[in-house]
Design a binder for this molecule. Structure first.
Ligand code: PLP
Length: 490
């Protein structure tokens, strides 16, 4: 058999077909996104809906791409929750833009695994520069950036949860070395059993999980009345623990908590961390994107006191999942502490550029800097700022509508693109309200509960959202409230 024959045997898609398929898919995607508002935001399928739609086994013979295209609506779209619909208000947003989708195509074509510099120099070097661009856009101090010439710099992680764990492991390595120097007779397990980390009770569950994965204690502290973790709360907790023989080593401050988007006081927390020589990580997963607008930077006051900072451009900055930006002032605590160096991963240029495999948990990594580069160039900072400001303004519009109706109250001050609200009355009343809203099938919201108060969260998620969509969503909320009151009267 010749090489040509064997090629013909399995390579069923040639470049011509690829262009046709990709063109058809591009048309489909544009059509899908531009008309997404017209789709039912959450599908009405039941678990197990999909299996009967597919054959029992993979096809033995190749099918044409047109057959796959023909099945997308029937099999896939019938079970899709449309996160980019202006009717979708659940969770926090996840980003989506045309430049980012196109960048992911190129990343798929290059398909390198950029674990070391030599494994694909552009993959590493574009990431270094993009994280510097992004850091400057947010107003991060130079001490976080690679351009400062020191060891500091940024890296793209998959998610904020990974970033929190990576920072915790760095903090643990740093604390272990320091404590061993002071107490050479203590064993590793003795030291680990004394380590304790801290976060706001309202921090994302991934922080508590990072403690579990890292094998250390993590205390969830009750914040102040504005759900902000303050310096004095942290100081008291640390002093209590120190008096019991424990050793504080890690603090996570949250900027934009998941439930109600409140902000810890990084400035005060940073002071306490400095006194006790504790690593401060800042988790700004959602709200961090807003810091590209100078008017929101007051919320990150004291950021120069942090050791690491993370936010997700894939939430609110038009870069498709996954792209979580993490900056480390001292990456050596991750790079050196978890360095395993098999011969097949060594290369001659080691040390002159980051080998990002040492900055993360997995070995493999995609070329994700491309989508940052495409988005930053094709929008420009000014349009990304407009996007953030528009979402915040739309949240304030919903807030205004809500407070103009005396049956409703806000649960939290609106700072970003999230409105936390409820009907004045019991939790049960509000649970019924949410059931009705989601039951009507026009918009989608999720609830939260803080200190036993149940409330509804309306997040502005889609880049297509306009004022008319907010009025539509408000009308849905009002109509659902009418239904609730009517059912209570019956
Ligand atoms: N931290 C905060 C404050 C969040 O709001 C979220 C998710 O919404 C996360 C962390 C987890 O993000 P990821 O899915 O990127 O791990």
């Amino acid at each position: 058999m010749t090489t040509q024959d064997s090629k013909l045997q399995f390579d069923t898609m040639d470049a011509g077909d690829f262009k046709d398929f990709a063109k058809a898919m591009t048309d489909y995607i544009a059509e899908y996104l531009e008309n997404i508002r017209d789709r039912q935001v959450v599908p009405s399928v039941k678990p197990g809906y999909l299996r009967p739609l597919l054959p029992d086994q993979a096809p033995e013979k190749p099918e044409p791409w047109t057959a796959v295209m023909a099945d997308i609506e029937r099999v896939v779209m019938s079970g899709v929750t449309h996160w980019h619909s202006p009717r979708f208000h659940a969770y926090f947003p996840t980003a989506n833009s045309y430049p980012s989708i196109v960048a992911d195509m190129l990343s798929g074509a290059i398909a390198c695994i950029g674990f070391t510099w030599i494994a694909s120099p552009a993959c590493t070097e574009l990431e270094v520069v993009m994280l510097d661009w992004l850091g400057q856009m947010l107003g991060l101090p130079d001490e976080f950036l690679a351009r400062s010439g020191g060891e500091a710099g940024g890296v793209i992680q998959g998610t904020a949860s990974e970033a929190t764990l990576v920072a915790l492991l760095g903090a643990k390595a740093q604390a272990m070395q320091r404590i061993k120097e002071d107490h050479p007779d203590w064993t590793d397990s003795e030291i680990v059993s004394k380590l304790v980390g801290y976060c706001n009770k309202q921090a994302h569950s991934s922080v508590e999980r990072a403690g579990l994965l890292g094998g250390v204690k993590l205390r969830l502290l009750k914040p102040d009345a504005k759900r902000c973790l303050r310096g004095d709360i942290l100081r008291t907790a640390m002093e209590e623990d120190i008096s019991k023989g424990l050793i504080p080593f890690y603090v996570v401050a949250t900027l934009g908590t998941t439930s109600s988007c409140t902000f810890d006081d990084v400035d005060e927390i940073g002071d306490v961390c400095q006194v006790h020589n504790v690593w401060l990580h800042v988790d700004a997963a959602y709200a961090g994107s807003a810091f590209i607008c100078p008017e929101f930077r007051y919320l990150m006051k004291g950021i120069h006191k942090a050791d690491s900072f993370n936010f997700n451009p894939h939430k609110w900055m038009l870069v498709n999942f996954d792209c979580s930006a993490l900056w480390l002032k001292k990456p050596r605590w991750i790079v050196d502490a978890f360095n395993v160096d098999p011969l097949y991963l060594k290369h001659d240029q080691q040390g002159s550029a980051p080998d990002y495999r040492h900055w993360q948990i997995p070995l493999g990594r995609r070329f994700r800097a491309l989508k940052l580069w495409f988005v930053l160039r094709l929008y420009g900072v000014e349009n990304l700022q407009k996007h953030i400001r528009k979402h915040v303004a739309l949240a304030h519009l919903f807030e205004k509508l809500c407070i103009s109706d005396e049956r409703f109250e806000l649960f939290e001050e609106v700072t970003m693109g999230l409105v936390c609200f409820r009907l004045k009355g019991s939790n049960e009343l509000n649970e019924e309200l949410l059931r009705r809203i989601n039951g009507r099938g026009k918009i989608h919201l999720v609830p939260s509960k803080i200190d036993d108060v149940y409330f509804l969260r309306l997040a502005i998620c889609s880049r297509f959202t306009e004022e008319s969509d907010i009025h539509f969503s408000w009308d849905e909320v009002k109509a659902s409230a009418e239904e609730v009151f009517k059912s209570y009267k019956e």
